[in-house]
Design a protein around this ligand. Structure first.
Ligand code: HEM
Length: 427
């Protein structure tokens, strides 16, 4: 088989499948061959060029003019007619938000909407996050076992996300169903018989976002980020458009919530798998901030992202045509030994841990990164203090929603002996 530039596709490049098998089990490990031998390869099945080395991934993030983010929220797997008809029935119209907006429209919008993400503004959210984590831990601390995802790590980032956005709290289960559908719709490969159900939930999510927006417009005085955008609209109608607001209302819930829930679960799982490091954190909480970065590097929640070329260009010595779709595997970049020493070792004191690309890089770098960091940090602070004897429940297999980009365990069972809870000894 040949790539669009007429080069032969190697057997491993042709066999790459991000929806099953090795990539689902261990995304960075499954691409070691590529980092070593073929750091940019074409996969005919996807119709994407896959990029796996640190310097290449970073260079692509850095140049958002040649490598446009316009395809970031596109369906990676086209749907059949029946599912498309369902989406049309709901007037589904996900369009440009921030993450998939081109220049020159993107930067003025990003600047206009940045204020609520600044450290003094984010500081207002910290007491709420701390209180929520304490309350949730109170609920299960005497039980001796818990599925941390179901009992805390899903719900708290969702509550914080809705609060940050200014969206009234909705039934958690409904939003969980919607988020899963959005992930499968955008980054998955649902079987033809599943597509209609996915489309139904995506359509309902879109309608729900529209209803919340209409309601918010009636009284946009609240403190949320979405109200902030609505209030700016009359001043800058070309920057804050109706289409932006509706798309962001839906995409924002997932951006702010799912990412953080998954990253928190990844971090706790990773630390408990490296038990001696968990114990070091319990003994010295000053290590937690860097541990958060190292966990994001080692096992971030967005493992691959997309771009599309706006002109013919080159990455390394590989020529790409205009319109080439790229899957840039940031988790592979984060495990590139050309940049990180001993990349497959979790090192709480790693000096360049925060150079990871889990939040992207450059003009589109994650605006919510400090909110996400704060949440993960508080989870770790509270758990290492109140449940230092926590361990992974043995014998569990971790499951992941099959998709290219959003990654974290669906459940995370842990156990401990409540008789040994530190607060029983010194209540
Ligand atoms: C963009 C990851 C949490 C809001 C992004 C991008 C990534 C990312 C990879 C694209 C970056 C690029 O193209 O260079 C993550 C991860 C998170 C997280 C791994 C949690 C661990 C959040 C939170 C919020 C948020 C909590 C909001 C409260 C955004 C926004 C953008 C973005 C608005 C678009 C920025 C732009 O295009 O200018 N994020 N994110 N994210 N994220 Fe996050």
């Amino acid at each position: 088989r040949l790539s669009p530039t007429g080069c032969p596709v190697s057997a491993r490049a042709a066999a790459f499948d991000p929806f099953t098998g090795p990539y689902q089990e261990d995304p960075p490990g499954s691409l070691r061959w590529s980092r070593d031998e073929e750091p940019v390869f074409y996969n005919p099945q996807l119709g994407y060029w896959v990029v796996t080395r640190y310097e290449d991934v970073k260079a692509i993030f850095r140049d958002n003019i040649t490598f446009s983010p316009a395809n970031v929220l596109e369906k990676i797997t086209p749907f059949g007619d029946e599912a498309n008809a369902v989406l049309a029935k709901y007037d589904y119209g996900m369009s440009r938000t921030l993450v998939n907006e081109d220049e020159p429209a993107h930067m003025p919008r990003r600047r206009a909407l940045m204020e609520p993400f600044t450290p003094p503004q984010l500081a207002h959210h910290e007491p709420m996050v701390r209180r929520l984590v304490r309350e949730h831990v109170d609920r299960f601390i005497d039980k001796g076992k818990a599925d941390l995802v179901d009992e805390m790590l899903y719900e708290i980032p969702l509550t914080v996300a809705l609060h940050f956005l200014g969206v009234p709290e909705e039934d958690m289960e409904t939003l969980r169903r919607y988020s899963v559908a959005h992930t499968l719709n955008t980054w998955g490969r649902p079987a033809p018989e599943e597509q209609v159900a996915v489309a139904e939930n995506v359509g309902k999510f879109w309608q729900y976002a529209g209803t919340v927006l209409d309601k918010m417009r009636e009284d946009p005085s609240g403190p949320g980020w979405m109200q902030y955008g609505i209030r700016l609209q009359p001043e800058m109608p070309d920057v804050i458009t109706d289409s932006y607001l509706h798309s962001m209302m839906m995409a924002g819930i997932v951006a702010a919530h799912e990412t953080t829930a998954l990253a928190s679960a990844n971090a706790i799982k990773l630390l408990l798998e490296n038990r001696s490091l968990w114990e070091e954190l319990c003994a010295d909480p000053s290590l937690i901030a860097n541990a958060v970065e190292e966990c994001l590097r080692f096992s971030g929640s967005i493992v691959a992202w997309r771009r599309i070329t706006t002109k013919a260009t080159k990455i390394g010595d590989v020529e790409l045509p205009e319109g080439a779709k790229l899957l840039i595997v940031n988790t592979s970049a984060n495990h590139d030994e050309r940049f990180f020493d001993n990349p497959d070792e979790l090192d709480l004191r790693r000096e360049n841990a925060s150079d990871h690309l889990s939040f992207g890089y450059g003009a589109h770098q994650c605006m919510g990164k400090n909110l996400a960091r704060m949440e993960i940090q508080i989870f770790l602070e509270e758990l290492t203090t109140r449940l230092p004897h926590l361990e992974l429940a043995p014998g569990q297999t971790f499951t992941y929603l099959p998709n290219t980009s959003f990654r974290g365990p669906e459940h995370l069972w842990v156990r401990w002996d409540p008789a040994k809870n530190p607060e029983r000894e010194r209540p």
